[in-house]
Design a protein around this ligand. Structure first.
Ligand code: SAM
Ligand code: SF4
Length: 339
């Protein structure tokens, strides 16, 4: 039998969870430096460390062959990776064949006005765009360099191209906590879901994490005083829970990795831009996929490495932000693992 004809089994971990969702960070670079994500002076990885677009394509294809149905490209900022659209066009073959159900992206939106139409043409139907504030000056301060107007323009272009948008906003104490009502009104008014994210202790940044941490349980209690919040049964296998805001008819998500346990239904793994597979966002356990990718043109050792990794997917994570000034629970930045 030819290697390409071998039927490989789906990826099922020791806790009987099937892996159907892959997030791939295509670059650690970004045109922003969000205060909760990066330090001002970041040392980015040398190019040779990164998987090439061809290697990323092979890697994604291997996971899709093993039953991954949803693929999310992230970063760093995915749309600053040169020629990313060639990877997206190539990956869209799996959408056309029906083996992949969704190809999507998490982006800061800065380049969306340039690429939205091509994304739509490649079969991208939904994307997540991160917007933490609607105040241009605050936006510049949080991102340390972003232009809110350009991001909002990108969102409009994407919507006009038929792409559905979900807004991600990191809830930040004293920074945007007074804006959450306005964000709901705006996002839902524009036909977009809004998801609030609790800060996670990933990677060293320039400030103390406890200064930024705003528990979403508190945000939710405050929102309930002004809005009618109807819980929705929707679970995605990830850390988000959703409600419907009766007054707007829109959906509001809460991503609370620190205060809630969602691990029992976890269906996802993450690959960094260097080809390191992390089985859990909150654990250091990883398996190197770059060596098997580079050592042979055949995918046999790549599949072996993936199987070895999935056999070690941990049951759950153990994040904590407890002591002031404590080291991050996980040393790598979110921009390396991908959000
Ligand atoms: N650059 C893209 C963006 O900002 O959407 C994609 C990568 S970014 C790492 C993915 C998501 O992670 C963003 O929504 C961002 O706000 C979020 N994020 C980054 N660092 C975080 C942290 N320490 N805690 C919680 N969310 C974080
Ligand atoms: Fe860049 Fe996204 Fe991190 Fe902000 S959150 S610095 S946009 S990777």
């Amino acid at each position: 039998m030819l290697a390409s004809q071998i039927e490989r089994p789906p990826l099922i971990d020791p806790f009987r969870r099937q892996i159907t969702y892959l997030r791939v960070s295509v670059t650690d670079r970004c045109d922003f430096r969000c205060v909760y994500c990066m330090a001002e002076d970041m040392n980015f990885l040398p190019k040779k460390e990164l998987l090439s677009l061809e290697e990323l394509d092979r890697l994604c294809a291997a996971f899709i062959e093993r039953g991954v149905k949803k693929l999310r490209l992230t970063g760093g900022e995915p749309l600053v990776r040169r020629d990313l659209m060639s990877l997206i066009r190539s990956l869209s073959r799996h959408l056309a064949s029906g083996t992949l159900e969704e190809l999507t992206l998490t982006t800061n939106g800065s380049q969306l006005h340039r690429f939205a139409r091509e994304l739509a043409d490649a079969g991208v139907r939904r994307i997540n765009v991160s917007v933490d504030t609607l105040d241009p000056d605050k936006f510049k301060a949080i991102t340390r360099r972003g232009d809110l107007e350009q991001v909002l323009r990108g969102i409009k272009v994407a919507q006009a191209a038929g792409i559905r948008i979900k807004i991600n906003a990191v809830a930040l104490k004293d920074i945007n906590e007074d804006e959450i009502d306005a964000m709901i009104t705006w996002a839902h008014g524009e036909g977009m879901d809004l998801t609030l994210i609790e800060t996670m202790p990933l990677g060293d940044i320039d400030m103390d994490r406890t200064d930024q941490f705003l528990p979403l349980s508190l945000v939710r209690r405050r929102l309930a005083e002004r809005w009618t919040l109807n819980p929705l049964p929707l679970r995605t296998g990830g850390p988000a829970s959703y409600i419907e805001v009766a007054e707007t008819g829109g959906r509001l998500g809460f991503i609370t990795p620190l205060t809630h346990n969602f691990c029992e239904s976890c269906n996802r793994v993450r690959v960094t831009c260097t080809g390191t597979l992390f089985m859990c966002l909150g654990q250091e356990d990883s398996v190197d996929l770059r060596t098997p990718l580079r050592s042979s043109e055949s995918d046999a050792s790549l599949h072996e490495a993936i199987e070895r990794a999935i056999a070690h997917k941990p049951k759950g994570h153990d994040f904590v932000i407890e002591r002031r000034g404590a080291r991050p629970a996980v040393g790598r930045h979110m921009s390396v693992t991908g959000g």
